[in-house]
Design a binder for this molecule. Structure first.
Ligand SMILES: O=C(O)CCC(=O)C(=O)O
Ligand SMILES: [Fe+2]
Length: 322
């Protein structure tokens, strides 16, 4: 039984180096085994994480009516089917089980503040407060978002090496993806709460997810069914997992592993970055994984693949929202 996640260190993994090939091979193995690994040596400065945590925490500490002013009216930025959320969402507003199409299960004890690619445009109208604190939060989340974009670009190059694909394969498939970043605050477990569910068991719909955390809380269900609680040696290390999109693309050779968050003795913050694909990207079994075995899935355009899940989460169609 696995106790900890595989660890990948990128310190010497410069493009073209032997260390890069080794890291690609280790990532490949981790994705087949558990679909999760921890990441160090990635080059994001500790201060970038700490700014994002500190300013998010200051935001969440405000009274509810101040936080409620930082919501998008529609909940979304553009058309009704554009599910890039921006701004605040409160405790028990979302339900990770519903996202999985499972009805009647408890909602999540977590507060979130979300941004997407529009954060890179300083002129974009986004639901931050206009005071100095609001603008500092915006700058901190922008800085972290940009680091996440750069790092996932590097990680997807490692995937392309592992998968015998051209180095720029994923860059082309993700050039206009509606990636998002969510800053999360989980409350301390207390007798006022009806359960210890920070986030119900789910898989991510993503290509990749990168998670930073201030302390343990996420639990990963390994293939045997037992739960691993990963710990990080340092607050600037990351937990990376692949999502349903990568699982499907790899003919399920890579696993999109269920995970959940359990509340405990202290408050916990996390930063979750979700890397997606272009709406028109064709998701068709990587040649490496359908040489000897037939492709399990029909080719699908990413937009069609993702809408089904998002409709369930946001209560469109019959999946409902708890
Ligand atoms: O906050 C965490 O630790 C996990 C969040 C997560 O799994 C998600 O948002 O999909
Ligand atoms: Fe998740």
């Amino acid at each position: 039984m696995m106790k900890e996640l595989p660890r990948i260190d990128l310190t010497s993994a410069t493009p073209g180096s032997e260390a890069e090939r080794r890291a690609a091979f280790e990532i490949d193995r981790a994705c087949k085994q558990v679909g999760f690994f921890t990441l160090s040596g990635h080059g994001i400065a500790p201060a970038v994480f700490e700014e994002a945590y500190a300013l998010s925490r200051a935001f969440f500490r405000q009274p509810l009516d101040a936080k409620n002013r930082c919501r998008l009216q529609s909940g979304f930025t553009m058309a009704a089917d554009d599910y890039t959320p921006y701004g605040y969402s409160g405790m028990l507003e979302e339900n990770a089980y519903a996202y999985m199409g499972r009805k009647g299960l408890p909602s999540d004890y977590v507060e979130k503040f979300s941004v997407g690619r529009l954060i890179e445009d300083d002129g974009a109208r986004l639901p931050f407060s206009t005071d100095a604190e609001g603008q500092r939060l915006r700058a901190a989340l922008k800085a972290y978002f940009r680091e996440c974009e750069a790092l996932t670009a590097r990680l997807t190059e490692l995937f392309s090496i592992a998968l015998d694909l051209p180095r720029d394969f994923f860059a082309k498939k993700t050039s206009a993806s509606t990636d998002s970043l969510r800053s999360l605050l989980y409350p301390q477990l207390s007798t006022e709460l009806v359960n210890d569910q920070g986030m119900g068991e789910h898989t991510d719909g993503t290509l990749l997810t990168m998670l930073a955390q201030t302390g343990p809380g996420i639990q990963v269900k390994e293939r045997g069914g037992s739960w691993i609680t990963p710990t990080l040696e340092r607050r600037d290390h990351l937990i990376v997992n692949i999502g349903d999109l990568m699982a499907r693309w790899s003919n399920d050779e890579y696993v999109s592993t269920p995970h959940r968050v359990v509340l405990s003795g202290g408050e916990r913050q996390s930063l979750a970055f979700f890397k997606l694909a272009n709406d028109d990207a064709l998701i068709e079994c990587f040649p490496k994984f359908c040489k000897d075995t037939p492709a399990k899935y029909e080719p699908v355009v990413y937009k069609a693949f993702s809408l089904q899940k998002m409709n369930a989460l946001f209560g469109v169609g019959d999946a409902g929202r708890a």
